[in-house]
Design a protein around this ligand. Structure first.
Ligand code: CTP
Length: 410
């Protein structure tokens, strides 16, 4: 079967020189089996003809909201309802702005408001336009609304400048579209479909005063990889993230909760505990916090200062005590003796699995894109992973969990 067989894709073409590439894109998507419904803006028609796109897609091409040829239906609503995906390629700064602000003054922008289908945008414009704060902030609005961007490539632009702004090549756009549908299928039929997974990530922040805090080197990368992977495997994911180096994933299906302190993380986890099937505590939670946190900046006085610290609640240990049907995975970041400490934590915190890593070893631990881990259950070692990407580590850990929770062999 062709990879895009049975998929209805609205291809929105807007007015930029790259509109000519939309012909190849239409042709490739159609050859892969997709039903491609082209909607052009009036400026796109200056660059490419309706007849070209109609011949390639073998479908009626739309360009005007009021061009209603069939009295029994309203085209933009019917198209919007039937679409599995809306792809805008090329997308000008103008359509990006209209989408961000909900304007609907032609067939394409109206359809974009009427559809509930996922939306992908492949921008193409002059390098300075692409970097303009207005364009960046409009893209940010759309990104946070779940729109997926296909980043423009770098190279010689039609305007003579060299830089970022060139529409991604049609072959690459098609690959992104194919991948999107593969992932979408996995999300509804993947090994964790129907399961609720809670992931904690990052390092907690324990305030001393409004400008000072105690934290740690956790980057959040391992937790983010786990959240993305769990989502890809079909789970409904809640990502509870403390301080992290990078922005957390914003994929649809990942519910992001931001916290600061160990106490806030504790409360956020507890609030979701009864609904949860699998909980992964990848966060580096502070073991101690200042006894007092000052509301105003502490002024210096004297030659020494003593900060009294008190123990935070061990979230994982509390969960281990009240565990019912939930599958509990902890992390043990150690600098030496990882196996001994990890096994002790597994028993002490009543965990189902513990992921141990020696953060002193190169390629493992905080801030890196890779990790080296050993996973233990109550019986002993169940997974020994030499240097692998954090995505791969996440996949292997969650596969183990999925097998044990669902009983299926993955
Ligand atoms: N953890 C937690 N709450 C805490 C401290 C740790 O939930 N207050 C969790 C971490 O998220 C991690 C696991 O416990 O999954 C192990 O964290 P670690 O700091 O290595 O364990 P500790 O029990 O604090 O042991 P140590 O004596 O090594 O500090």
């Amino acid at each position: 079967m062709k990879s895009l067989q049975g998929k209805s894709i609205i291809l929105g073409i807007t007015g930029g020189i790259a509109a000519y590439k939309a012909a190849a894109l239409t042709s490739k998507l159609t050859q892969k089996g997709a039903e491609v419904h082209v909607i052009m803006t009036s400026s796109a028609k200056q660059f490419i003809t309706e007849l070209t796109l109609q011949s390639l897609s073998k479908q009626k091409v739309y360009s005007d909201t009021f061009q209603e040829r069939d009295p029994s239906s309203i085209s933009h609503i019917d198209l919007a309802d039937a679409a599995d995906l809306v792809l805008i390629a090329p997308a000008t700064a103008n359509i990006i702005a209209k989408m961000a602000h909900g304007l609907a003054d032609d067939m394409l922008s109206t359809t974009l408001l009427a559809t509930t289908a996922p939306i992908m945008v492949a921008p193409a414009m002059n390098v300075h336009m692409y970097q303009h704060p207005a364009v960046l902030s409009n893209m940010d609005i759309l990104y946070n609304r779940g729109v997926q961007f296909i980043e423009p490539g770098e190279g010689l632009l039609a305007c003579g400048y060299v830089g970022k702004g060139r529409l991604e090549e049609p072959e690459e756009i098609v690959k992104v579209v194919e991948n999107f549908f593969v992932l979408q299928k996995e999300k509804t039929s993947g090994p964790l479909a129907g399961k609720k997974v809670v992931i904690t990530a990052g390092g907690t922040v324990e305030r001393i005063d409004p400008v000072r805090y105690i934290s740690n080197d956790s980057s959040g990368k391992m937790g983010f990889a786990l959240a993305r992977t769990a989502r890809t495997m079909g789970a409904a994911v809640t990502l509870i993230a403390a301080r992290t180096d990078e922005a957390p994933p914003r994929d649809a299906g990942i519910d992001l909760v931001r916290v600061q302190s160990a106490q806030e993380m504790h409360d956020a986890v507890m609030a979701r505990w009864s609904e949860c099937d699998i909980l992964v505590k990848a966060a580096a939670v502070a073991d101690y916090r200042p006894r007092e946190s000052s509301d105003s900046k502490i002024k210096k006085s004297g030659s020494t200062m003593t900060l009294e610290l008190v123990k935070t609640t061990d979230i994982l240990e509390s969960l281990g005590r009240i565990k019912d049907k939930q599958f509990l995975i902890g992390f043990a970041a150690e600098t030496g003796n990882a196996e001994v400490y990890a096994k002790d934590k597994l028993v002490r915190k009543n965990l189902d699995l513990i992921v141990a890593n020696d953060v002193a070893v190169e390629g493992a631990g905080f801030g890196t894109d890779t990790n080296i881990v050993k996973v233990y259950d109550a019986e002993g070692l169940v997974l020994d992973l030499p240097l692998a990407s954090k995505d791969e580590v996440a996949r292997r850990i969650l596969r183990l969990a999925a097998e044990r929770v669902t009983g299926a062999l993955i």
